[in-house]
Design a binder for this molecule. Structure first.
Ligand code: SF4
Ligand code: SF4
Length: 347
């Protein structure tokens, strides 16, 4: 089935600082000019964006609106309204959260409204929960500032409220694979997923954003934390690129998606972080056709494609990535084997 896929960051920051993600690994000196702004998307802007998407969808294709990219959507005080607005258009509402959320019943603290009950009431079509361990010490290495105990307790609450309120939607636990978390940790998470009737998926770890990946390949010095992250990766960035080499000639799958920042500006793709790689200041003011043209001719794409980065995470290269991942898992004594059918991007 064909989908039009939009990533819309309704929150332009996150409460965690994962070393594999620019929210965690970007330093002020990494930006070409100005640091990336932070903030919450206005609901009125979001509604305008949805209207434009609907207007431009002349072929009436299915539309997926994922309200995240580099941010934690459940920090937005009005996120239930955003989900409601997506579904009112007949679009598919997807949320991805770290679920490191404390409940608050204090209505005055609306800026921290993160009740699990509200998440269930909002009932997105799909809620992805990203995590990287069960044990607190294992998890916090790669979900820095986060608590696995908090995530696990929220998963139980989620199921509790789904039963109580009779709400059904897909909950998918997306497990990030590293060398340190594929023993007992992954087994406990799979067992927990089954107990709670949720869906399990596993994901490769990439050094993100694209700018960091390129810097690394160009031999630029990375921070100690980034080097520590790379030492935990099952497949190193240079190996990922080598595997993707055979698919370099293919077109970039990320160009088929549209990525919108919290302030309505539009990024070249979901893998870049610096606002220097924005292709429009306001999604509302530019036609989809013009956006596509700007992507086609962007100079950063030439650099990216030369190295084959555009296909590293593509479905074409994934089979080999999975094969090598499974060889590595075996060599470190893990009983887990990755299955491509359990990819996070399956609908
Ligand atoms: S939880 Fe997600 S958005 Fe937040 S820092 Fe980690 S990877 Fe980035
Ligand atoms: S070619 Fe690279 S930079 Fe360009 S859209 Fe694709 S992934 Fe992004």
């Amino acid at each position: 089935m064909n989908f039009l896929h939009y990533f819309i960051d309704i929150v332009g920051t996150c409460n965690l600082r994962c070393p594999s993600c620019p929210v965690g690994n970007y330093q002020p000196t990494d930006f070409i000019n100005n640091p990336r702004p932070k903030g919450f998307m206005d609901f009125s802007l979001f509604k305008e964006i949805l209207d434009k998407i609907q207007r431009e969808n002349s072929r009436h294709e299915n539309v997926i609106i994922a309200i995240y990219n580099w941010g934690e959507p459940l920090l937005h005080p009005e996120y239930p309204q955003f989900i409601e607005a997506i579904q009112a258009k007949g679009f598919y509402a997807e949320v991805s959260s770290n679920l490191n959320l404390f409940d608050t019943d204090d209505s005055k603290k609306v800026q921290h409204r993160t009740n699990i009950k509200d998440v269930v009431m909002a009932a997105p079509n799909k809620l992805i929960v990203s995590l990287s361990g069960y044990d607190a010490e294992v998890y916090s290495q790669t979900h820095k500032r986060g608590s696995s105990q908090l995530v696990v307790s929220n998963l139980f609450k989620l199921r509790y409220y789904m039963e109580k309120l009779k709400k059904q939607f897909i909950v998918e636990l997306s497990y990030h694979l590293y060398k340190h978390n594929v023993g007992k940790d992954i087994e406990r998470i799979i067992s927990l997923t089954n107990d709670l009737g949720f869906r399990f998926s596993s994901d490769f770890t990439f050094l993100m954003p694209l700018e960091k990946f390129l810097k690394y390949l160009d031999g630029e010095q990375l921070s100690q934390e980034e080097q520590a992250l790379i030492s935990l990766m099952l497949i190193k960035p240079e190996e990922q690129v080598k595997l993707a080499e055979a698919y370099k000639h293919l077109k970039c799958p990320l160009r088929e998606w549209t990525t919108i920042n919290f302030d309505g500006s539009t990024a070249l793709c979901c893998a870049v972080y610096d606002y220097e790689y924005n292709i429009a200041n306001n999604f509302i003011d530019i036609s989809q056709e013009e956006l596509e043209q700007r992507k086609e001719t962007h100079p950063y794409c030439i650099r990216c494609m030369k190295k084959g980065l555009h296909v590293v995470a593509s479905s074409a290269a994934r089979a080999e990535l999975t094969q090598l991942t499974n060889v590595r898992l075996q060599s470190i004594g893990s009983r887990f084997r990755r299955d491509n059918s359990h990819s996070r991007l399956s609908y």
